[in-house]
Write a protein that binds this ligand. Sequence first.
Ligand code: 13P
Length: 281
Amino acid sequence: MSLVKMSALLDKIEDNSYAVGSFNVSNMEMVMGAIKAAEDLHSPIILQISEGRLPYSPLALLGPIMVAGAKNAAVPVAVHLDHGVTMETIQLALDLGFTSVMFDGSKRTVEENIAMTKVVKKMAAVYDADIEAEIGRIGGSEGTYSADELITTVEEAKYFADATGTDALAVAIGTVHGHYREKPDLHIERLREIASVVSCPLVLHGGSGISDADFRRCIRGGIRKINIATSSYDAVARHIYDRAQEDRHASYFDFSAAAAKGTYENVKRHMLVFGTENKVK
Ligand code: 13P
């Protein structure tokens, strides 16, 4: 099945019945665990790495592993750069064969964000790759803002999507990256309004810690891509820790298997909620 474009997975979801999970990975074991979950469930998947994690996992090393994992998979896999902020990293991801790149201009003014997103769209077009962009501010690693600043408005979402021609749009509807300090208050009505005027697929960031019921409400409201990072990292750490507790002579290879298994279980759990099981014929 192999490496595909993000749009090939997202554009066909027209009835708000499911969303494709986009799972952050940081090493080969996480790539293997995530792809195995997709294969076992006959599910499409997006693998992604965020620019902020590159100090731990250099793109020039991990990127080729992600692309090779996709090409060898029995299901369709898109390979995506998450939260690209520098043009150098975006260019490298495209050179390595990523099928989509995100430009995160959320810390810039709307006009700057539009101008830079258009540059990224042109860069990606050379490779026939897709782009994702963001309007509004998702809390957590993007800083602390008041509730109103965090929520994308209908007008700005439409203006931004029309001006940039982005292939997917990340919107801020009350989720945050990382661990939730309090129960998230999701703005589903706002999401519905945005979905009714923006035709490109909408993306939910900050998926870890969202309840199954809220995931389903987001999908029915128009979300077609859901990003999951923190809960996979937590699952990997927990599996390694448990393995060490079980057997203090556990080997490197036991820990490697634990990392793949932690990712596998977390990815599978989310795919079942997102409704992608058996979407690959
Ligand atoms: P979490 O770490 O909260 O799952 O967020 C993932 C994400 O949105 C990556 O872009």
